[in-house]
Design a protein. Structure first.
Length: 177
């Protein structure tokens, strides 16, 4: 009788080990896949924020140049004006495109902020009651405010905290243990 149990255990033991190894492998793959999906989602969010902030940076750069030209009463070549106008339009189109993506992968607050930005810029461009310089200055303020807002929202959304260095944070967390 003792022999039967021993033979049975010798047969069951490798099967149980194989089942445990298979279960552990499945759990490991499941966790790794979950982490991979989270990282990909984070990368897409970062890319969307980067695209919007780069477009806002381009718009800000062009607005600063136009304001400086207006202050200096400097006339630029038609090619230069056309190139800057095209860059500005491209940046605006990039923001409008990213607004659609933002609705899908970013905080709803970001999508709302982008929609507000677009409508504020269109409203600023359609106000014929002001001088060209005051219109540029208004757009500049709108773009700066949107950039600052989106940087703050993005830091929160992506869980970026630049006030602490990673090494300091690691030292602090290890000293608590």
């Amino acid at each position: 009788m003792n022999f039967e149990w021993s033979a049975y255990l010798d047969f069951v033991k490798p099967i149980a080990q194989f089942a445990a190894a298979l279960f552990i492998a499945w759990i490991t793959v499941w966790l790794a896949l979950g982490r991979y999906k989270k990282e990909k989602h984070w990368d897409r969010k970062l890319q969307a924020y980067s695209d919007v902030l780069a477009a806002l940076g381009t718009m800000n750069q062009i607005l600063n140049e136009w304001i400086r030209e207006e202050h200096e009463r400097r006339e630029e070549t038609p090619e230069h004006i056309q190139r800057n106008t095209q860059r500005y339009r491209s940046a605006m189109e990039k923001i409008e495109e990213t607004s659609s993506v933002a609705a899908l992968i970013l905080f709803p607050k970001v999508n709302q902020r982008l929609r507000n930005l677009i409508s504020e810029l269109h409203r600023a461009n359609n106000n014929d009651q002001r001088s060209w310089l005051s219109a540029l200055q208004e757009e500049h303020v709108i773009v700066e405010k949107a950039r600052d807002d989106l940087v703050e929202i993005g830091k929160s959304d992506l869980e970026l905290n630049h006030s602490e260095r990673p090494l300091k944070k690691a030292i602090r967390s290890s000293s608590k243990q």
